[in-house]
Design a protein around this ligand. Sequence first.
Ligand code: HEM
Length: 191
Amino acid sequence: MSTAIFRRDVLPFAAALCVLAAATLAADGLLHLLGMVWLGRWLGIPGTLLIVASFGYSLRKRKLIRHGQPATLLRWHEGLAWLGSLLILVHAGVHFNAILPWLATVAMAINIVSGLTGKFLLDRARRRLDAARATLQARGVAPGTGDVAYLDALSFDAVRKWRVVHFPITLAFGVLALAHIVSSLLFWGWR
Ligand code: HEM
């Protein structure tokens, strides 16, 4: 693997995951330091709400809502999902009592990795498309002609394939998280 690909594609991906892990440890450490570990239990609620809010982008993309710029909503989707995941990870903490919530957490972790993969695939597709357009323009070929359309299709094909994988992962996460939420509300024993 060339150094350029490593620096451009792999490093930011690994950095995004490391920052999330470091922020989780820092937030959890802070709660322990302040003697507020109990707060972690409640963080499941705002964490879930933030993740649910991040789906605004999916609704807009499927034209189920008409407000907002898709590009802006995508940035909000990434930010809200990241913050929500952070709160959920702090909520999960390091206690192992039940299997279901941990399955939901594993599904969420796979979802985060898949989401970041999509983000970097999309960024790469955009970069390649811009470069191809610039080359064709420098040669005096108007953008929008056959070559660009072909590259367009090729770059976005990878993103389309990724979506086919990302959707069932999100669905599995949603179902497991919902099962955990319903069961914890049914057996409401907040200590
Ligand atoms: C409205 C949202 C949520 C509520 C009300 C909620 C509630 C709770 C409660 C009451 C517990 C403590 C269970 C116990 O110790 O007996 C718990 C633990 C846990 N929750 Fe949630 N939760 C929510 C969202 C989530 C989500 C979305 C995930 C994961 C994706 C999650 C993962 C976990 C994990 C891993 C634990 C620790 C389980 C253990 O101790 O083994 N929670 N949650």
